[in-house]
Write a protein that binds this ligand. Structure first.
Ligand code: SF4
Length: 117
């Protein structure tokens, strides 16, 4: 049995229920297509917020490091990153990029995408 997780932008909490990501996973479509029935969505995490509200970069933020380590102890094999990783110019937020790097360093695959973008 394999486990996956989802990473999202903290700011998206203001407007997002994660329903789009969860239904795409449940229906095994878009970036989740081809996953077996017994694949489990076992973790959901956000970034540590923007610089204006949190001065700590992800690599210095104990909370983010703890979350990344928890993904390892939970044996999460893939993290999908929501479309909220992109700003209005469709560029990835640098903090999300850093967090993806911390996750990949721990041997977990990162896939940028959940539902259709
Ligand atoms: S750092 Fe980036 S991903 Fe995180 S809340 Fe701010 S805009 Fe969203």
């Amino acid at each position: 049995m394999k486990k996956i997780g989802i990473l999202t932008c903290l700011n998206s909490n203001d407007v997002c229920t994660r329903a789009g990501c969860l239904s795409a996973f449940r229906e095994r479509r878009d970036f989740f297509s081809g996953y077996p029935e017994d694949m489990i969505l076992a973790a959901v995490m956000t970034c540590n917020g923007c610089k204006e509200t949190n001065a700590k970069e992800p690599a210095e933020d104990a909370g983010i490091l703890e979350k990344a380590d928890r993904l390892v102890s939970e044996k999460i094999s893939v993290i999908h990153v929501g479309v909220c990783r992109l700003n209005e110019e469709k560029k990835e937020c640098p903090r999300i990029t850093q967090i993806c790097g911390l996750i990949e360093e721990r041997g977990i695959k990162v896939i940028r995408g959940t539902h259709k973008e």
